[in-house]
Design a protein around this ligand. Structure first.
Ligand code: ADP
Length: 502
């Protein structure tokens, strides 16, 4: 394990924004929260306070909903801008993000702890790409003409925006998760209120000024930071919000579904996972070993698709576990803003640190053995929320560490003996977000691809996601599919129009 405790200089624009966060972004301008209150955001790399975030409450949510409602019901976004013009604004927004990419990468790195090099080369460019992809959809949402039985009758469909969409996002990829939702929502013609996670609100708030520069009419694009149970709950309960797009925990998703019943909002959910990653003895282990390592430790295990259950065919079990342990020892861990390139940073918060370490303790108490990691980092990184990447062996399928989403750098490697057995074990989960397998046998690959209960299956790879390809979960991993054409359906209504001309 290589450690970097150093800290590189923060860009002056980034620093200035953090020191004076201009407010919530409502109706085309920054405004102070009505309560005048803020809450502290921490730098997980050092455990120190980073800045003060405006605490939006119910009355700010009311203001944002009113602005979005007016923009949707009467404004130019819906009624006078052409689909191409809306697409151009989205494209300009992508350009603004690209222009400000260093600031955005630093904000996400400081707020979330992820290495700034990762934010620069992955999160920010993927967000830009996502916006460009959906900018292209703005003038391609089309209905159909339907062959109907009635004579002299035309039936056609229109695909229309839903209305005011509340987009509630988590902290693991702050900018990217926001863009995953707002890009298709805006491309479909909706007006949005973005509610970032309280741990990582900075990049979302920074987007306000970029949205203004891109040319969104007032009220189309709003950002309200605040606490989940306060600002988030107010959005999900609001009778004039038409849709909630949520990414986060399954537990909060249940609350959101309950809160949405008042006006029967549309709700789409992208939730947790406990994704199985299956290595067959016939796999190319030179790919499978690094693949299994990064399936879990990428983004420090803080991905809903993390490959946290590693099933390895018994004949190669030791070889694969040794390989993953060695690959893990070679990982560079550092502060988000490490001068040297780090591959993973701290976990996001003190709460998350406790949660992950508690799961590790539960695993040990239940009889599993940590063959790598298992502790908080001491020494140079002891001030931040750093957890050693942890590999358990000897876990059973019933243990909490094998069933529950840890959302941290913890994997359980367990052996299996035959394909039917591992398929049943892989599918025996309340989750169904992603699954992976490593094999050189094409028949086995397709057999499993058809039978794994997961919204995404990766074969001899892990973690691929592109704007054009649908993403979402089976079972308790979600409702609906984001990305690709599917996301346009998620953010639109279909209207059937009948005309007689006889
Ligand atoms: P995580 O477990 O990854 O922190 P959460 O599900 O707790 O994820 O949070 C994801 C998002 O949901 C955050 O923006 C958070 O503020 C928001 N949130 C939390 N509780 C609620 C709630 N009761 N209603 C609406 N949003 C909420």
């Amino acid at each position: 394990m290589f450690l970097h405790a150093s800290y590189s200089p923060i860009n002056p624009t980034t620093r200035a924004f953090i020191e004076h966060v201009p407010g919530l972004y409502i109706n085309g301008q920054y405004v102070l929260p009505s309560s005048g209150e803020t809450f502290v955001t921490f730098d997980p790399s050092t455990g120190k306070p980073l800045g003060d975030i405006p605490r939006g409450t119910r009355s700010d949510i009311d203001d944002a909903v009113q602005a979005a409602r007016a923009a949707f019901d009467r404004g130019p976004w819906r009624w006078s801008l052409s689909p191409s013009e809306r697409g151009q604004i989205l494209w300009r927004f992508a350009e603004q993000i690209e222009r400000h990419s260093e600031v955005l990468a630093q904000l996400d790195s400081l707020d979330n702890g992820k290495p700034v090099s990762v934010a620069r080369t992955s999160d920010v460019p993927l967000a830009v790409e996502h916006l460009r992809y959906f900018a292209g959809w703005a003038n391609k949402v089309q209905g159909a003409t339907i062959p109907v039985n009635e004579p002299n009758t035309l039936n056609y469909t229109l695909r229309e925006p839903i209305g005011v969409c509340a987009l509630i996002v988590p902290w693991n990829y702050p900018l990217l998760m926001a863009v995953w939702k707002l890009a298709p929502a805006l491309a479909a013609g909706n007006c949005i209120i973005l509610k970032p996670a309280e741990q990582t609100s900075l990049s979302a708030l920074y987007l306000g000024q970029l949205a203004a520069d891109a040319g969104f009419p007032p009220g189309v694009f709003n950002v309200v930071s605040g606490l989940g149970e306060e600002a988030g709950a107010a959005l999900t309960e609001h009778s004039r919000v038409d849709k909630v797009g949520f990414t986060g925990s399954t537990e909060v998703a249940r609350r959101i579904l309950h809160a949405s019943t008042g006006n029967l909002k549309r709700v789409s959910l992208e939730l947790g996972g406990k994704s199985p990653n299956i290595v067959f003895a016939d796999a190319d282990l030179s790919q499978a070993v690094p693949g299994a390592t990064w399936a879990i430790f990428g983004n420090n295990g803080q991905s809903c698709t993390a490959g946290s259950r590693l099933y390895v065919e018994r004949a190669v079990f030791e070889e694969v576990v040794d390989g993953v342990v060695n690959a893990t020892r070679a990982i560079t861990v550092g502060r988000g803003m490490a001068i040297e390139q780090a591959e993973i940073g701290p976990v996001v918060s003190a709460e998350q640190l406790d949660r992950v370490l508690d799961y590790v303790d539960q695993g040990v108490s239940a009889g599993a053995q940590a063959v790598a990691g298992g502790r908080r980092f001491d020494g140079a990184l002891s001030d931040g929320y750093f957890v050693e990447p942890t590999i358990f062996v000897g876990a059973h399928d019933e243990m909490a560490i094998m069933r529950e989403e840890i959302f941290g750098p913890v994997v359980c490697a367990v052996p299996f003996d035959d394909p039917d057995e591992v398929l049943a074990r892989a599918n025996a989960s309340e989750y169904g977000l992603a699954a992976g397998l490593w094999t050189t046998d094409l028949r086995k690959a397709h057999h499993f691809a058809a039978r794994l209960q997961a919204g995404t299956v990766w074969i001899n790879t892990w973690g691929n996601a592109e704007a054009s390809s649908p993403f979402g979960g089976y079972k308790q991993s979600g409702h609906g599919r984001e990305m690709g054409e599917e996301a346009m359906a998620l953010y639109s209504e279909v209207k059937s129009v009948w005309v007689t001309y006889g």
